[in-house]
Write a protein that binds this ligand. Sequence first.
Ligand code: SF4
Ligand code: FES
Length: 246
Amino acid sequence: MSPDSKKTFRLDGREIPFREGQTVFDAAMAAGVYIPHLCHNPDFEPHSSCRLCTVIVNGRPFASCTQPAVAGQDVRSDTPELNEMRRDLTDMLLVEGNHYCPACEKSGSCRLQATAYALGLQDSHFPQLFPHRDVDASHPDIILDRDRCILCGLCVRISRSVDKKNVFTMTGRGIATTIVVDSPSGLLADSKVSRDDEAVQHCPVGALMMKGEAFKVPIGQRPYDRAPINEDSVARFRAREAALHG
Ligand code: SF4
Ligand code: FES
């Protein structure tokens, strides 16, 4: 179904058409307007934890990935204040973990790295915390490197609702929050996870990765080597929309 042309809202002064039930995020991306996001993957249910996609709707802040589009509303996204907040949130995610992009296999396809570039994050404004985080390399096919986890919760949600395995959950509070594995030993090797699980395919960073696949895609040919994340995300979203709704 094509968007109902009678239903639009304004996004940074531009009229954006939407279908009934679409979120502000979905309608914006379908119209070719990138809204930075990290915890949301359009193929799965949003749960608005990272707040990177925050927009101002009729004067009040909302996470656009869960905010329903409503006709006539006034939405601001690309403002200096919101982009500064997004830079700070991204910066905090970087200093709260141990991210060494030049040595990370996910470089070039990491959404955190690409988002930092897209937001123009040149250096950090916060002290690096260097937390101690465990690496679980027990599984023959999968590695969980908590150093790089941004606690987006995607693996938790996908393992529960798509794989129906509940392999992952989160525990702790604040800086001590961590991903834990549901198995007798707490290790991936003793869990029900397998290399075909959707949960291990969609980690936006290099925290959950397949073993034995390093440099399968050479550096320079990875998604965000070829196009910045704003262009890549919009292109993927529009292709997905076309496939699903014509
Ligand atoms: S392991 Fe990956 S998918 Fe799971 S919460 Fe961490 S960053 Fe998100
Ligand atoms: S992408 Fe919307 S809150 Fe994370």
